[in-house]
Structure formats: structure tokens, C-alpha cells
Design a protein around this ligand. Structure first.
Ligand code: C2O
Length: 546
């Protein structure tokens, strides 16, 4: 196994999109940021130097970080932010994961522009469980704001209003042909006729789930979130922010140019979204094509409608592990978590003690009615490791404080969140089941729920209220998919299971940044086991202090 050393310099860089140049926060002046490539078993050492005027941290989304929670990255959870002018070195080893992950800033809304792919090839000397593709292409789906995204979220937190939606979707940082001033920079993916390309699709968008498709071509899904899946073919993918999907695409069509396209899957009823489409071009790389097909327009795919929940759900339900897996069958911890948004019963525009949203505003999202608040003097991990009292409490509720018809049209009085920095404590090795139950107070929508430091099995999902008596019959305990982000269906539920074998403090949150801003998060505190190999490593000496 190798060790890969990288320097990430966080800096403002002029980036031109949609006819305007913005001073954009980037890594090493690149947008999107550098692609990191490693083999399973390798170690990454990334020295992050902050030359921007914002605090920053980098999160290695989906990396298990076994015993190295200090390198996970969410600000005030596993570390204090890296202040302007300071640096911090992330050091971690990839253990057992293969496929596509990514990295992104985990501080305010910086990840809008601070992100990149993390590609994990098989262990040295080993091969893919599918025929080796001729090429591999990372496809990073993103969102672009025609203004500073940090200002967008700051304004929203100040006023309590919903933040502006993005002004464009992007593929590898480019909005593509259908947007103003963008045509000449459209991302082009070359293929030779007959060859197979492995597309590593990542939804790095902030607030939108996205459909993705390629005109006239079938996509064979072979992996997701750095785990292999039982291959299946589809014409369209749906990815929540945070999720990755690896697909094989065979160039078996006429020599021509084909659009790959992505646009929102906006399950929310009535919530605003960007209804535009981003495109890249799949271009058959032969001379005959260069002369002919440059004259004709690329073939445009058909994309599902923005509210096509049937297509989105049919897609997510196709995922299986390639073979029988070991799902914990006996459960030590059984949590039932409501995930949802809400409006407080407080006066519009008023900022008062009764308003439990961030900065005393009316919007507040919560899990089990706790709207999560980040600490500010210590990270949770530091507070836990050093035994500093008063930073968090361990009374996060395992079940909701009130039971009601979660997906029905219920009174707001049933939804009165309290703000708090509460964690749920797990013993090392505990076998955990979490039922994630969407609620429909204020709006019903999907929530891509991401758990740090773990992969989990998604053993079932469904619509309506989870019924513990009958829905257990839907559990797949044989070959469920292993993921790090689950798309909880609109007006529905998802059940996940994992074994708490990684000590540390691990954030679980909705990966729509607007929802995490409103508090849709909680954290697990996983205690050390008995032996050193079951315990958190000591903190690095350069760990930032608050
Ligand atoms: Cu990719 Cu906490 O996030």
C-alpha cells in the first residue's frame, strides 16, 4: 500500500460562469477541486492550508475513518475550523472501500465550490468485479450560485427566509449548452466507438436531488458510495446530494454527439427549486464523427419530470449487494427518528425565544424534535475525548417525544422543536437499527440522510408511517445495499442497520445544506471498546483549536 501526499490550498480564485466572474473559494485554484486517486488500502495525507477569509474544514465524504475520527472534518463535530492563515493535516487510510467517494468543505456553505472526487481503485494487484472499462470519467454534478453562496446562507439565517435556490446545475463545474455564456466551456466526454467507459457520478449539489441520464445509452450500475452493487441496467439515475453511483456505459450507438443531462428531482410539494437542466456532451471520438456530427446538434435525452417520485423510487429500490452479506439480525439499539422541517408557532419575522430556528427564526428542521446546534468553543470529539463538560448532553431521544400521523396533515402544535446539542451514546460494537421517518409538517420531501464514519445497510423503505408490526416483513436481511447516504422517500421511511465498530463522534444529517442549516442533524457518540484496536487514536498535534 502507498501513502499519497497532497497540499490543498484554500484560496479565492476568479471563476467565470453565466457571463460573470466571481471570486470563488477553491482548492489550488481549481474548480471543481483536484481528483484524488488511490487504491483500497492506501493512506492519504492531505495538508490543508487556509488562505481564504473564511474558516474551513474538509470532510472526506464516505471514508470510514476507522479510529481516525479526528480526520473526518465536520466543523465543531470532530475538529474546530481551520482559521484563515492556519493549516491542518488530514491523515487516514482507506480500509475495505472501493469505488467512488468525494471530499468537500464542511463549514457553512463553502462546499458549493470546494469539492472534488475521491476515486478508490481495487487493492493493488486486484481487479474490478466487472470487465475492466477502457476509460473512467468522474462526473461531478453541482450547483452554482450567481453570487457568493456564503452570503446566500448568511442572509437566510439573518432574515429567517428560505435561501435562494442556485442559478445553475453543473457537470464537472460547467453549466453546459443550455445556459447563457456557457456553451463553449461545456464538458465533453470522449469515447471510442465500441468501448466501455466507467462514469463515476457524484451528486455534489447543495440542495437538490438530481436525475441524470445519457441520450440513447443504457447505464449499468455497478457501485454506489464506494461499495459494489449487483449490476442492473437503467436509463436514468437519481442521486441525493452526497450519493455516488458508478455506471458502465458502452459506446454502442451511431457516431454522433449525445447529451448527458441532469436536473432536479424536487419531491418537495411547493418548495422552490431550480428547474433548469445541465448538460455535458458524450462525443464519439472518430474522424468521421468530428466532421459530420459537429454540424448536427447533440441528441437530447428524455428526463423524468421534476416530481416523478415513481421513477426515483423505482431506481433506489433496485440496489442490492452483489452477494449475501452479514446484516446484524439481533438489535441492541432501536431508534425511531423523525426527520423533517417545520415552522415554529411564533410571529412571522419575529426573532424571539419562542422561535427555535437558527438565530431565533421561524424555520427549524429537526430529528425527534431536536433542532441541532453546533457548539462553538470545542468540537464534540474534543469535548468527549478530554472530558470537557457542558459542550453537549447525551439525552438525544431514541423515539419522538410525541407520536402522531407523521405523513398526515397535522397541527403545528405537534411539532415544537427545541434547540440542543444532544448526542446519542452507543457502546462499542452495538448493533443499531434506525428507522428514519419523514414528516410532512410544513412540507413533505425527501431527505438524503448521511451518516459519518459508517456505511449502513438499507434494509427497507416505504411510504406512509412505518408500521413496526407489518413493515418488518419488507426487511431485506440477505443482500441489502451498503450506503453512506440514504434517500428517505417523500412521505415515507427508510430503515438502516449498522454495527457501531468505529469509536468517535459521528454526525448524521440531511445532506441538503439548507436543512442542516435549519438543524436537521444529530450525532452518535460511539465509545471506545476494550482493546487499543477498538479505541480512537490520539488527536494529531496540529488539530485546530477553537
Ligand atoms: Cu458529505 Cu456531513 O457530509
Amino acid at each position: 500500500a502507498k501513502t499519497h501526499y497532497h497540499d490543498f490550498v484554500i484560496q479565492a480564485t476568479p471563476v467565470k460562469r453565466l457571463c460573470k466572474t466571481h471570486n470563488t473559494i477553491t482548492v489550488n485554484g481549481q474548480f471543481p477541486g483536484p481528483t484524488l486517486e488511490v487504491n483500497n488500502g492506501d493512506t492519504l495525507v492531505v495538508n490543508v492550508v487556509n488562505r481564504a477569509r473564511y474558516n474551513v474544514t474538509i470532510h472526506w465524504h464516505g471514508v470510514r475513518q476507522m479510529r481516525t475520527a479526528w480526520a473526518d472534518g465536520p466543523e465543531f463535530i470532530t475538529q474546530c475550523p481551520i482559521r484563515p492563515g492556519k493549516s491542518y493535516t488530514y491523515r487516514f487510510t482507506i480500509q475495505g472501500q472501493e469505488g467512488t467517494l468525494w471530499w468537500h468543505a464542511h463549514s457553512s456553505w463553502l462546499r458549493a465550490t470546494v469539492y472534488g472526487a475521491l476515486i478508490i481503485h481495487p487493492k493493488e494487484g486486484e481487479s474490478y468485479p466487472f470487465p475492466k472499462p477502457k476509460r473512467e470519467t468522474p462526473i461531478l454534478l453541482g450547483e452554482w450560485w450567481d453570487t457568493n453562496p456564503i452570503d446566500v446562507v448568511r442572509r437566510a439565517t439573518r432574515t429567517g427566509a428560505a435561501p435562494n435556490v442556485s442559478d445553475a446545475y453543473t457537470i464537472n463545474g460547467q453549466p453546459g449548452d443550455l445556459y447563457k455564456c456557457s456553451k463553449q466551456d461545456t464538458t465533453i466526454v470522449h469515447v471510442d466507438s465500441g468501448e466501455t467507459n466507467l462514469l463515476r457520478v457524484i451528486n455534489a449539489g447543495l440542495n437538490q436531488q438530481l436525475f441524470f441520464t445519457v441520450a440513447n445509452h443504457k447505464l449499468t450500475v455497478v457501485g454506489a458510495d464506494a461499495s459494489y452493487v449487483k449490476p442492473f441496467t437503467t436509463s436514468v439515475l437519481m442521486l441525493g446530494p452526497g450519493q455516488t453511483t458508478d455506471v458502465l456505459i458502452k459506446a454502442d450507438q451511431q457516431l454522433a454527439r449525445y447529451y448527458m443531462a441532469a436536473r432536479a428531482y424536487a419531491s418537495a410539494q411547493g418548495a422552490p427549486f431550480d428547474n433548469t437542466t445541465t448538460t455535458a456532451i458524450l462525443k464519439y471520438k472518430t474522424t468521421s464523427c468530428s466532421s459530420n456530427c459537429a454540424k448536427t446538434n447533440p441528441v437530447f435525452p428524455s428526463l423524468p419530470a421534476y416530481n416523478d417520485t415513481a421513477t426515483a423510487t423505482a431506481f433506489t429500490r433496485k440496489f442490492r449487494s452483489p452477494r449475501k452479506v452479514e446484516v446484524p439480525t439481533k438489535i441492541d439499539e432501536n431508534l425511531f427518528l423523525t426527520v423533517g422541517l417545520g415552522l415554529n408557532n411564533c410571529r412571522r419575522g419575529a426573532r424571539s425565544r419562542n422561535c427555535q430556528g437558527p438565530n431565533g427564526t421561524r424555520f427549524a428542521a429537526s430529528m425527534n424534535n431536536v433542532s441541532f446546534v453546533l457548539p462553538s468553543n470545542f468540537s464534540l470529539l474534543q469535548a468527549h475525548h478530554q472530558g470537557i463538560p457542558g459542550v453537549f448532553s447525551t439525552d438525544f431521544p431514541a423515539v419522538p417525544p410525541v407520536r402522531f400521523d407523521y405523513t398526515g396533515n397535522v397541527s403545528r402544535s405537534l411539532w415544537q422543536p427545541t434547540r440542543g446539542t444532544k448526542v446519542y451514546k452507543l457502546k462499542y460494537g452495538a448493533r443499531v437499527q434506525v428507522v428514519l421517518q419523514g414528516t410532512s409538517i410544513f412540507t413533505a420531501e425527501n431527505h438524503p440522510i448521511h451518516l459519518h464514519g459508517y456505511d449502513f445497510y438499507i434494509i427497507a423503505e416505504g411510504f406512509g408511517n412505518f408500521n413496526p408490526k407489518t413493515d418488518t416483513s419488507k426487511f431485506n436481511l440477505v443482500n441489502p445495499p451498503l450506503r453512506n447516504t440514504a434517500s428517505v422517500p417523500v412521505n415515507g421511511w427508510t430503515v438502516i442497520r449498522f454495527v457501531a465498530d468505529n469509536p468517535g463522534v459521528w454526525l448524521m444529517h440531511c445532506h441538503l445544506d439548507v436543512h442542516i442549516t435549519w438543524g436537521l442533524a444529530m450525532a452518535f457518540l460511539v465509545e471506545n471498546g476494550v482493546s487499543e484496536l477498538e479505541s480512537l487514536e490520539p488527536p494529531p498535534i496540529d488539530l485546530p483549536v477553537c
